[in-house]
Design a protein. Structure first.
Length: 116
């Protein structure tokens, strides 16, 4: 079993920054990748960014490119999402996802609200 917990959400003005954290615990030794998704009010959960746990390669949604950076601390089994130049349309619940041994694990989400 793997547990995933997000933190770092909050309220920020447009143009500001936030850093989200995602800590994974449990049977994480075979983590393949970890990523961020978000769900805005009334919308489906969308992909934001992902990082390959073995080689650190990353991929981003077009909406995140140039503004968000995903990175990891292998020793701490923790992943981060640095979000800069935030826009009101970034307002959403952000969810962390961990892919471990063919299974997908989700956190409960952390709210990010960007005011205009």
């Amino acid at each position: 079993q793997v547990h995933v917990v997000e933190s770092g959400g909050g309220l920020v003005q447009a143009g500001g920054s936030l850093r989200l954290s995602c800590a994974a615990s449990g049977r994480t030794f075979s983590t393949r990748a970890m990523g961020w998704f978000r769900s805005a009010p009334g919308k489906e959960r969308d992909f934001v960014a992902v990082i390959n746990w073995s080689d650190g390669s990353t991929d981003y949604a077009d909406s995140a490119k140039g503004r968000f950076t995903i990175f990891r601390d292998n020793a701490k089994n923790t992943m981060y999402l640095q979000m800069n130049s935030l826009k009101p349309e970034d307002t959403a619940v952000y969810y962390c996802n961990a892919r471990v041994m063919g299974n997908s694990y989700w956190g409960h989400g952390t709210q990010v609200t960007v005011s205009s």
